[in-house]
Design a protein around this ligand. Structure first.
Ligand code: SAH
Length: 364
């Protein structure tokens, strides 16, 4: 009999698990704290459970984590973990410390099927979705490796679903993991500090709005459909106007004030002209946004180059002068190949499968 990995169940899932066992649902809350707050994986150590229950749990269930293969620490303090999964593939997770916060960049898939031309993960192809335990396991492992802050503060204060993969293409597992991130009995991260980034899967953005309250970032990268389709094939299926309409629905009707983070990677000679900046402002004028300009991070065999510093500064200034909130993302961890778009892991591509999935995603 397969034992259920309880690490990948959110509160609802755990409550169901216990009631199926004929146990009281409040056990779910206790177990969640043991697993995620005390990081106890052995039922024998869960002292507020009876001996009988501990025995039953160890017969039916387990708490299993993926394994850290390597840890790399950058000159700037950024850390990258290469994490091996039971299938033999590996993924990457990155921790970025800043003065007032620590951000964990979490992966959602082994590889990616979307084939964005400027992203290193895309060059690896796609193998499979991560399950919820493998997604939340990255946060668990980061907390374990980072240990306690000397002042007792939380070490991981923010999570961004911006690692390998397209999170909205692995919807259910990502939602379950984000429910755990948000749950006070697990990690207690507020929705403002939990951001999901998508290349623009429009129907899933609408579903996310209903299912799980988090901050949304979109990988826009171009202000017209011709260019965006060239660099992000998914744009053929969900063009810019539809994507921005979904963003408007996402911010509308929310009780708290929301904005959309717009990611825009600066590619020299491709999307960094003064006209590009004007086009960007025109299409974003009715949406509350923060524009995050990302210096392009190179990877082997790419022919793209990052815009020069003065060009990036001019692009940003154009936006700021017109009243937009725009920042240039500081490149972190590039000496350990941990920067945006550089995460590759070790992915056995299942090319025919990748093609099939990519086609299903991209064609209307
Ligand atoms: N698939 C999701 C999650 C990945 S987030 C998405 O597309 O949003 C990673 C961010 O880094 C995205 O905005 C992505 O477009 C950007 N990125 C990809 N390759 C990059 C590169 N080489 N340099 C800088 N940013 C890159």
């Amino acid at each position: 009999m397969m034992r259920t990995n309880l690490l990948g169940l959110d509160l609802k899932g755990l409550e169901m698990f216990f009631s199926d066992m004929g146990e009281k649902p409040f056990r779910a809350r206790q177990l969640m704290q043991w697993m995620h707050q005390y990081r106890v994986t052995d039922f024998a150590e869960m002292t507020n459970f009876s001996k009988d229950l501990r025995q039953k749990l160890s017969e039916k269930a387990q708490v299993t984590l993926p394994e850290v293969l390597q840890e790399h620490i950058s000159k700037d303090g950024t850390r990258k973990w290469i994490i091996r999964l039971s299938c033999g593939n590996s993924i990457e997770t990155v921790y970025i410390p800043e003065d007032e916060r620590g951000t964990l960049c979490v992966s959602s898939q082994v590889g990616c099927a979307l084939a964005c031309t400027f992203c290193s993960t895309a060059q690896q192809g796609f193998n499979r979705n991560l399950d919820a335990s493998e997604i939340i396991g990255q946060l668990w492992l980061a907390n374990e490796y980072l240990g306690k802050d000397p002042k007792g503060k939380r070490v991981v204060t923010n999570v961004v679903m911006m690692g390998m993969g397209e999170p909205l293409a692995n919807y259910n597992n990502v939602i379950t993991a984000m429910n755990l991130m948000r749950d006070d009995l697990a990690y207690g991260i507020s929705w403002r500090r939990l951001t999901l980034s998508t290349s623009g899967m429009v129907p899933m953005i609408d579903k996310l709005r209903e299912d799980c309250h988090v901050s949304l970032a979109i990988s826009l990268h171009a202000a017209n459909d011709k260019l965006r389709s060239e660099i992000i094939p998914l744009n053929d299926k969900y063009p810019i106007s539809e994507l921005l309409a979904a963003c408007k629905r996402y911010v509308a009707g929310a009780q708290q004030k929301r904005h959309i983070t717009v990611e825009y990677v600066l590619l020299e000679g491709i999307n960094d002209s003064e006209q590009d900046a004007r086009d960007l402002m025109r299409i974003l004028k009715d949406l509350p946004t923060k524009i995050n300009l990302i210096p392009f991070n190179p990877f082997p065999k790419t022919s793209y180059r990052c815009s020069s510093k003065p060009v990036m500064a001019r692009f940003k200034q154009q936006l700021v002068d017109a009243g937009f909130v725009a920042t240039i993302r500081k490149t972190r961890g590039d000496d350990i190949v941990a920067a945006c778009g550089q995460l590759a892991g070790e992915v056995q591509d299942r090319t025919r499968r990748t093609q099939r999935i990519a086609e299903a995603l991209v064609t209307r």
